[in-house]
Design a protein around this ligand. Structure first.
Ligand SMILES: [Zn+2]
Length: 241
């Protein structure tokens, strides 16, 4: 897979998968994101696929190599922090990366129609949506308007954090990222099937606002985003990695 060219044809993800090729495309896609984030962190971005040639090349169709389900936070712009360009990332953003029906449908569109081999849940430290949910739970008051829907979607993660004895905001964020990974797979049998076949992987990463770096928090299949954790034989079993 080559995602670094500024023009020309786009590599297509493998649509048929056997044991020999399982996770090859998801692994390459994740490596591209990690490499781009490293360039961003180092202050040496290449800004690939952002020129007129690329714009023309993708005008008639797209084959993004990763879906980003990210928080809407203005400091979390996916193409910037992963140093990518046009046609590279299929980005779905809500406050607190909540996973409602439209988000699930968007992810399924990318994975099944466009053949995107990787889904990344992108959260971050000091997340305002998580903080709002925490404040709501602490005071017993629900926010007004549709903000309540965001808070309600984050509350299960707060319950899980409490059960695990985690009470610092960034620890709760990590749990919320892992929870979102699990929710995507639990609520989308279509996505779970693609993962089970080895055509797709789902990774949760946490972004540090000051440093600009991402680190893996959860992955399905287990251990996908790391080289030290053995892969689980059960693709439905998320794991903190
Ligand atoms: Zn946020």
């Amino acid at each position: 897979m080559s995602h670094t060219g500024s023009s020309g044809g786009q590599p297509g993800p493998q649509r048929t998968t056997d044991r020999a090729t399982a996770l090859i495309e998801p692994t390459r896609a994740y490596a591209e994101l990690v490499a781009g984030n490293r360039r961003f962190v180092d202050g040496a971005p290449r800004h690939p696929n952002q020129d007129a040639g690329r714009r023309a090349a993708v005008a008639d169709g797209q084959q993004p190599f990763a879906v980003i389900v990210g928080c809407s936070d203005s400091r979390l712009a996916a193409e910037i922090i992963f140093d990518r360009g046009l046609g590279d990332l299929f980005v779905v953003r809500t406050a607190g990366h909540t996973a409602g029906p439209e988000v699930l449908g968007s992810v399924e569109y990318a994975v099944t129609v466009l053949g995107t081999p990787l889904v990344v849940v992108l959260g971050h430290d000091s997340c305002g949506a998580v903080q709002a949910a925490r404040e709501s739970a602490a005071t017993g008051t629900a926010p007004s308007g549709h903000l309540r829907a965001v808070v309600d979607a984050v509350l299960p993660s707060l319950g899980r954090a409490e059960a695990e004895g985690v009470d610092d905001i960034d620890g709760i964020v990590d749990i919320h990222i892992a929870q979102t990974v699990e929710t995507l797979l639990a609520q989308s049998p279509v996505l779970a099937e693609e993962v089970a076949r080895g055509r797709c992987a789902v990774v949760g990463v946490s972004y540090r606002l000051a440093a600009g770096a991402v680190r893996p928090v959860a992955a399905v299949p287990a251990g996908f985003a790391t080289s030290t954790t053995p892969a689980s034989t059960d693709p439905a079993a998320p794991a903190i990695v």
